[in-house]
Design a protein around this ligand. Structure first.
Ligand code: GLC
Length: 496
């Protein structure tokens, strides 16, 4: 071999070696990345763990807090608000009633013609989305916007709906935030939740605010009932099924209401209701306990939220937050494990960009190459190429976060059943307990719902067959209309 040839061979070998080193380094870097991502995933799994024993501790803590919240005002993180609903619908309600359902990013207006024993004759509704600037603006602006939509809706009332001559239209107002009720048809807002923050409304009578806005528009309508969505759902559920004893919302926020024996509410200062019962709005979203499996992601999410330190149960269960938790885990993976490559996708840095419906779509992806995950990554985070390995990890994150939320909500329900003594089989006594469920998470996130239901069965054992979870579709609006009907100003005239 000549000198030149030798030199060329040496250069070539060196080049091949260098290339091999680069490939090896890349492989090592990449396997290092996956190992780090895997470690973050396993840590998440461990911290979000909800073994049965832990769920039982959560349920017990819920029962304890329920007692404390009923004993005295401010006695617990659980407000256990008295709803003034001491009579649930019977099925005799009659007439035309309106409902307004406000509590998330959309609100709903509806009218229903109730036909007494003939049930619901006709109903119509409209959904309006709230412009984000009104969720953090002034009370005046928000209520004007709502009243205007209501007035427009009233204008479209057709001939199938009958208001007796000379009568004022009546409305059930579902307002899904914590309210200290002063009566069935009045109450002051305690605080905002779910991303609303209208400072000048806190402490105000929300019925007064709505009534003033309706008057400004010349809309003649009386608010006959003010209810939380859980209370509305309970009323709507009871109308269809006499065994309904509680209602749970799993939606943008989460909460529960149930029927309590009035004498078991030490803080109740009024007359004991004839029925002996009172519906309690638990505001369970604000529950917290040392038994809750919280992670660093939850802690930072809470600290950076509009309501730090509050609604901790809600922040690990409900639709407003699940997608955001997943985003935070992905952020850490991007930063510490270069999960998306050498740069962090800028969109991933935007809070709340990953919505729970998108998380749910990824979680339910059954295609072999997880193409839904791929297209969500592309559309939302602007990650053009993602490997199958990457997509699988993302599905796993969704699974861990959703499973924790679903299992904890089942533990919450067990807490209520315990408080009512319905969590055990009683000798010679067969009692069915139905829980009315509603909310977008329950309705659309199938894996969440199935996991919640199977966890409840797991926790209940033998009693499981007596406990039924029933979807009460949009029960909260109908429920409010039904309560408006049973508290109508014309009730005495109609019954005489
Ligand atoms: C939030 C509200 C509560 C409501 C729940 C579900 O937790 O504070 O009042 O019932 O969301 O909408």
């Amino acid at each position: 071999m000549g000198k030149v040839a030798v030199a060329a061979a040496v250069v070539c070998t060196a080049a091949v070696c260098a290339a091999a080193v680069v490939v090896m380094r890349r492989q090592m870097k990449s396997s290092g990345r996956w190992a780090k991502a895997e470690a973050i995933l396993r840590e998440l799994e461990e911290k979000c763990g909800t073994p049965t024993a832990k769920l039982r501790q959560v349920a017990d803590a819920m029962t304890v807090e329920m007692h404390a919240g009923l004993a005295s005002e401010g006695g617990s993180k659980l407000k256990m608000l008295i709803s003034y609903v001491d009579n649930l619908p019977t099925g005799d309600e009659k007439g035309l009633f309106y409902a307004l359902d406000l509590g998330g990013t959309n609100f709903r207006v509806m009218r229903v013609q109730l036909g007494g024993k003939d049930g619901i004759m006709k109903q119509e509704f409209e959904e309006v989305s709230i412009p984000p600037h009104l969720m953090v603006g002034s009370s005046h602006e928000l209520f004007d916007f709502i009243a205007a939509a209501l007035a427009k809706f009233v204008d479209t009332e057709g001939e199938d709906f009958h208001l007796l001559p000379g009568r004022q239209r009546e409305l059930g107002f579902t307002f899904s935030f914590p309210v200290r009720q002063l009566s069935l048809a009045s109450g002051t807002l305690i605080k905002w939740t779910k991303g609303f923050l209208i400072e000048d409304a806190v402490g105000q009578d929300v019925v007064g605010e709505l009534t003033k806005a309706m008057e400004r528009l010349g809309l003649d309508m009386r608010v006959a009932a003010l209810v939380n969505d859980t209370v509305g759902t309970l009323a709507g559920g009871r109308y269809n099924n006499p065994d309904v004893i509680a209602a749970v919302i799993l939606g943008t926020g989460t909460n529960a209401a149930y029927v309590e024996r009035a004498h078991a509410i030490p803080k109740w200062q009024g007359l004991l209701p004839k029925s002996g019962e009172m519906v309690i709005n638990m505001e369970w979203g604000n529950f917290r306990s040392s038994h809750l499996p919280l992670t660093e992601y939850d802690q930072i999410l809470d600290a950076e939220s509009l309501n730090p330190g509050e609604q901790i149960f809600e922040k690990i269960i409900s639709g407003m937050y699940l997608g955001e938790i997943v985003r935070r885990v992905l952020c850490r993976m991007a930063e510490e494990a270069s999960f998306f490559g050498d740069t962090i996708p800028p969109k991933l840095k935007i809070p709340f960009i990953l919505r729970t419906p998108d998380m749910s779509a990824m979680h339910h992806d059954t295609s072999p190459d997880l193409k839904v995950v791929g297209s969500k990554l592309k559309d939302i985070l602007e990650v053009p190429n993602s490997s199958l390995k990457m997509r699988k990890i993302i599905v796993e994150i969704c699974d861990i976060v959703a499973t924790r939320g679903a299992r904890l909500s089942a533990a919450g329900i067990l807490g209520i059943l315990k408080k009512l003594g319905r969590d055990t089989v009683k000798e010679g006594e067969k009692q069915r307990s139905v829980i009315a469920l509603d909310g977008g998470l329950f309705e659309h996130y199938t894996k969440f719902r199935k996991c919640m239901e199977s966890t409840l069965k797991e926790l209940l054992g033998d009693v499981a067959e007596d406990i039924v979870v029933e979807h009460s579709n949009d029960g909260s609006g109908i429920g409010a209309a039904l309560l408006a009907a049973s508290h109508s100003q014309y009730l005495e005239i109609d019954n005489s």
